[in-house]
Every structure is written in structure tokens, then in C-alpha cells.
Design a protein around this ligand. Structure first.
Ligand code: CA
Length: 644
């Protein structure tokens, strides 16, 4: 029965506001501070190694009860590289746990390590910064990537396969000479890489880190520690920290910002989580009978409304922004985290890092919140968290069909009768958003089928050629709509997740590499090269024309006009920018459609299977949108010098 944790009196007595929780290293001593208000005794145990199976205690450092529920202690000497755990006597039991504020750990995250953080900094780290520090969020193009997927395939040409360092190898290519990894991402033109979980998670045994073991990583163990299996040495705590920073620096040096997928909404093992061991059950929502709330379907929901959970999450996000120069955070199931916490995170991080962007999955979830009248960070509550963006499942489902029925066709597969929804999505106004800066547009992410697979499940008899056309139609609609464009890595390579007997997998969270990896071995195929160029073109056009990146709803309503057309498969829009006028028209019909044009001559930037800033043709009066494709026309001779 832990409900009193959320009482006013508990919070008044035991809310610690200092910034020194965890181990603070100094050259000749280390200070420890642990929040454990219900403990009867606490101490730090220093160890030789980070392996919890080794009996190599160095000594015990006593702690004394200090202010606001914390315990404090000090150990003499230079302890950089020394491992430690927290020993706490609580409710009559003495337990040992990792420090919730651990900066790094030994293998599998059981023992924390004292670390001189500055010693892990790459060269010129002080000068390192977000290459997109001064641009609004919807100038971004976000690429969602799993560290291992990028490099693990045998043909990737990348040396550090499955590792942080594999993300920053330049000049890699397949045997056929097709650029892979970093070079591929750079050429695509994306601005931000969004990494699936890279904090320490529990489902991959780091001690066998060279065996094939795969997981997306939505099972947090140590929130402030990089995952060990992506480092070249998970046994020595400083290595993962140093290599993670090298990765960030390397991406920044190549003009790419870094977003982390953070999973504060639940923990891997409810009662095994160090915070829940030190302060029994404090971190997770429980009812009066001690039953854990489980809206996350992972066994527990985080009690973000409690003062020291809130502080923990705020401190953690701020730490990643500060120490690792992270440029954005994607919150998993943020509908389980309250809006007060999210606003506090944004305000705290933005004080020093105004560039950092925030978005998440704002689904409504019935969680057992331990305080009354605490609003959750859902799409519906978007107005309560201005500056925080949400995944737009409206455009996803409109384009692809329902995620719950794999044969349900979306617009790109021939569905009609959804004109108002599609129009509102093109305007960046799916109903719940304050403005397009709150809208993350996507037609694929790690969850559910890849875009190409989803088109195949809806239209199993369609030719490969037809499926590619429909793929490109969906991506163009998403990418050219107002909002923040987002794509799953490999969407531009017609990524597929092959299952048994010619099926395709929709949930590959622990599937082997042959399912999840990016297939560089196919990258030289002509139709894949063509598709990569198409995506490059879409991203380049978004960057070239401000009218795709408007931020104000009233301006959008004034500057985008939907043209009326007599075909329910066709949507056509006229956009007015600072200098240019742009027509974007989508044709999901298997027949060509003849489009009447406003006065003047129009330059063609997207037609058929080609998209980009190179002019394909000049047309006037009317033109044809080929079947299953997007057409984009531009008018403004004055501005055309910038295009080639
Ligand atoms: Ca781990």
C-alpha cells in the first residue's frame, strides 16, 4: 500500500530539489547522495569490477540521513572507474541496487560506476553543437533508426557492425559501390536521426554481446546510461559513454542532429527496477491494494505525477541534452506521462538548449494515476503542452489504412470518401493540434508493417511496379503536408520485414537481424535506386520551398487553396509562398487525370517516378497527372535561379 507516496505531507517532507543526486566525482574524493526517505539505513558498496557475479567488494562507505529524504556519504581518493551499488535497509530488509542516477554501469547495468565524465569527451566537444540549432521544428526531416539495423547486414561495408561507431563511418559502400550507412543518410538529406532506445535496456544480454541478439529496447533498466551492447566493450563503463559521445559528435559534424527515443512511461521489471527497490514501489502507479497499473501493457506505468519521479525524468532528459548534446526527444507512450512533467522538462531543457525538440505518442491510455485531476500528455490535451508534437496517426491511417486490419486500403491503395480528413492533414490540422509544429507526419515507423509491406498486405495481387508507385504516393502526401516529416529508416529503400512462408512481419521487436536489418545487398536494384532518388527529391523540395513549412494556422488557411476536381481519387492544392506559387496534386486513380491550371506557365518538379529540384518540363493551361502518382508544379520565374 504505497498510496501515501502521493500525499501532500509526504511530498512536503521528502521532495529533494538539489542537483547532486548520484555520485559526484572529484579528483580526490567522490560524494554520494541517494533519495531513500523510507530507508532505515543506507550505504555505498565500492567494487573492483562491474560484474555483479564477482565477489570483489573494496569497502563499504557509510551514509548519513540528510535533508528531504536523502542520504549522503563521501569516499576519499580518486575513484574514477570504481564500481558501486547502493545498500538500503527498508521495510526490514537489506537490499542492494544500482544507483537510479548512475552515469554509467558495468555489464548489464547491475553495478554503477563512478566516472570523471570530462574524461570521456571527444576532442572539440566544447565546440560541438546541434547543426540545426536555429531552425524551427518543421524544417526538420526525421529518420527513425535502430543502431543495429543500419550496419549489421553482412554487405553493409561498415566495420563497426551493430555499434554506435557504425553510425559514423564515412565512405562505406556495398560491393556494387552503393553508398551505405552514414553516406546514404547524408545523401538522403534528412536533418535528424531519431534513434530507437539507446539508454541501457534489459532484453539483450550484454555479456554475450557478439552473439546475435536483437531487441528494439523498449525495456528500460538504467535511464541515464547508454546501452552496453552497442558499445565495443560493455564491461568497462567508460567505453559506452565515450563511444556514444563520439557518435553524436560524428553525426553533428556531418550536419545531422540526434534525437533519442525515451521510454519513461514504464520500466523493464517492475519490482526489480532499482528505484522501486530503494523506495519500494515509488516509481510505478499502484492502487490501494498494491496492484500495479498496466496501461503500458509492460507490467507497470510510471507515476510521473509524484514529485521525485517527476524530478527524476526532468533531470534525466536534461542530463542527456547537457552531457550528450542530444537535440531531441521522442517520448514513448507519452499519454502515460502528465502534462506538468512534460512542460517542466521542456522549460528546463530549453533554458540551456532552446534548440531541443520534443514529440511523442499521445495516445489516450487508461492508467491508474495516483493523484486527482492530473492531465496526461495526449493528442487531446495538445493545447496544454504547446511546443510538444505528436505522431499524426490520422494521416498514417488515412494513407495506409487502419493498423488493425491489414487488408484495409488507405488512400494510397485506392480508398475514397475520406476527402475532408486528407485535406485537414495536408493543412497540418488533424483536429487535435494547435499548429503544424505539433504534428509529426508519417506513413511508417518501427511499429506495424513497413510502408511497402503494408501496401502489399492491402493489395496482394498488385505488381511490384504498382506497389512502388503507391508507396511513393503515400510518402509524397506525408512529406508535402504541413507539419514535421518523419520516416522509418529504409522506407526510401522499400524496406520489408520478411516473415516465414512469404509473409511479412508487423511486430519485429525481437526478430533476428535478417528481418530487421537494412538490406544493403538489394540497394543497387534499379527500382530501389529510383525510389531513393524520389525520396531525396521530396526532402530537397521541402527544403527549397518555405510554403511546405508554414507554422501558423491562419497563414496556412490563407495560403493553401484546395482545388475542386471531379475525381474522388484526386486531391489538388495551390500553395502560395513568399515568392512562389506551387501546385501539388495527388492521383490515386489507376487512370491519368487531366488537371486544369491557373494562368501562366508552370515548371514541373514532381511527375511520375521523378521528384526533385531539377525542372522536368514547363506546362500551361492543363497537364496530366499520371496514374498513381504525385504532380508538383512551381510558378515564379524570379525565384528560379535557386533551382537547377
Ligand atoms: Ca543493457
Amino acid at each position: 500500500m504505497k498510496y501515501h507516496y502521493s500525499s501532500e505531507s509526504f511530498e512536503k517532507d521528502f521532495t529533494y530539489t538539489g542537483t547532486d543526486l548520484g555520485a559526484s566525482w572529484y579528483p580526490d574524493h567522490t560524494l554520494f547522495r541517494l533519495w531513500a526517505p523510507t530507508a532505515d539505513d543506507a550505504a555505498i558498496l565500492l567494487y573492483e569490477s562491474g560484474n555483479a557475479e564477482r565477489d570483489d567488494l573494496i569497502r563499504k562507505v557509510p551514509m548519513y540521513r540528510d535533508i528531504q529524504g536523502t542520504w549522503a556519504g563521501c569516499a576519499e581518493g580518486n575513484l574514477n572507474g570504481v564500481y558501486y551499488t547502493c545498500q538500503v535497509t527498508v521495510e526490514g530488509r537489506t537490499i542492494e541496487a544500482c544507483d537510479p542516477y548512475a552515469r554509467t554501469t558495468g555489464v548489464n547495468g547491475n553495478r554503477a560506476m563512478i566516472l570523471d565524465l570530462a574524461s570521456t569527451d571527444p576532442e572539440n566537444w566544447e565546440q560541438d553543437r546541434d547543426p540545426h540549432f536555429d531552425t524551427p521544428i518543421n524544417d526538420s526531416a526525421i529518420y527513425e533508426l535502430h543502431v543495429r539495423d543500419l550496419s549489421i547486414e553482412r554487405y553493409s561495408g561498415i566495420h563497426h557492425k551493430g555499434k554506435y561507431l557504425g553510425l559514423i563511418e564515412a565512405g562505406t559502400h556495398t560491393k556494387a559501390g552503393v553508398p551505405t550507412g552514414l553516406d546514404h543518410i547524408k545523401a538522403l538529406g534528412i536533418t535528424h536521426v531519431h534513434l530507437l532506445p539507446v539508454y541501457d535496456y534489459g532484453s539483450v544480454d550484454e555479456s554475450f554481446f557478439d552473439h546475435e541478439k536483437y531487441n528494439w529496447g523498449y525495456d528500460p533498466v538504467n535511464f541515464n546510461v547508454p546501452e552496453g551492447s552497442y558499445s565495443t566493450d560493455p564491461f568497462h563503463g567508460q567505453v559506452r559513454v565515450a563511444e556514444f559521445k563520439q557518435m553524436v559528435k560524428g553525426l553533428h559534424d556531418n550536419g545531422i542532429s540526434v534525437i533519442m527515443d525515451v521510454v519513461y512511461n514504464h520500466v523493464y521489471r517492475t519490482e526489480g527496477f532499482c528505484f522501486n527497490r530503494i523506495v519500494p514501489g515509488y516509481f510505478s502507479r499502484q492502487d490501494e491494494n498494491g496492484k500495479y497499473s498496466d496501461a503500458s501493457c509492460c507490467g507497470n506505468d510510471t507515476a510521473s505525477e509524484r514529485s521525485m519521479v517527476r524530478k527524476y525524468i526532468v533531470d534525466s532528459v536534461n542530463y542527456w541534452a547537457d552531457e550528450y548534446h542530444i537535440d531531441g526527444f521522442r517520448f514513448d507512450l507519452v499519454g502515460l506521462i502528465d502534462t506538468i512533467t512534460i512542460n517542466e522538462i521542456m522549460n528546463t531543457v530549453h533554458k540551456k538548449h532552446p534548440n531541443v525538440i520534443f514529440y511523442g505518442e499521445g495516445w489516450d491510455m487508461p492508467s491508474g494515476v495516483t493523484k486527482k485531476d492530473i492531465p496526461m500528455t495526449t493528442q487531446r490535451n495538445a493545447a496544454l503542452v504547446p511546443g510538444f508534437a505528436f505522431f499524426n496517426d490520422t494521416i498514417r491511417d488515412a494513407m495506409r489504412g487502419s493498423v488493425f486490419y491489414e487488408k484495409d486500403p488507405g488512400y494510397a491503395c485506392g480508398r475514397t470518401g475520406n476527402r475532408n480528413v486528407l485535406t485537414s492533414c495536408f493543412f497540418g490540422a488533424p483536429g487535435w493540434a494547435l499548429n503544424p509544429e505539433q504534428v509529426v507526419n508519417y506513413v511508417s515507423c518501427h511499429d506495424n508493417h513497413t510502408l511497402f509491406d503494408r501496401i502489399s498486405t492491402a493489395l496482394p495481387d498488385a505488381s511490384r511496379e504498382e506497389r512502388i508507385l503507391r508507396n511513393n504516393l503515400a510518402s509524397a502526401f506525408s512529406m508535402l503536408s504541413q507539419g514535421i516529416p518523419f520516416l522509418q529508416a529504409g522506407e526510401e529503400m522499400l524496406r520489408t520485414k520478411p516473415g516465414p512462408r512469404k509473409t511479412v512481419l508487423h511486430n519485429s521487436y525481437n526478430s533476428p537481424d535478417r528481418v530487421n536489418s537494412l538490406k544493403w545487398s538489394c540497394a543497387a536494384d534499379e527500382d530501389i535506386q529510383e525510389t531513393i532518388r524520389y525520396y531525396q527529391g521530396l526532402i530537397a523540395l521541402r527544403k527549397a520551398f518555405r510554403c511546405f513549412r508554414m507554422t501558423d494556422r491562419a497563414v496556412i488557411r490563407k495560403n493553401i487553396l484546395e482545388k475542386s476536381v471531379e475525381n474522388e481519387h484526386v486531391h489538388a492544392f495551390l500553395l502560395t509562398g513568399d515568392n512562389e506559387r506551387v501546385i501539388v496534386a495527388f492521383n490515386a486513380d489507376t487512370q491519368p487525370f487531366s488537371l486544369n491550371l491557373p494562368d501562366g506557365s508552370w515548371k514541373v518538379c514532381i511527375r511520375g517516378k521523378i521528384a526533385g529540384t531539377r525542372i522536368l518540363d514547363t506546362v500551361s493551361e492543363n497537364t496530366v497527372i499520371p496514374p498513381l502518382s504525385t504532380l508538383m508544379l512551381v510558378q515564379n520565374p524570379a525565384d528560379f535561379g535557386s533551382l537547377s
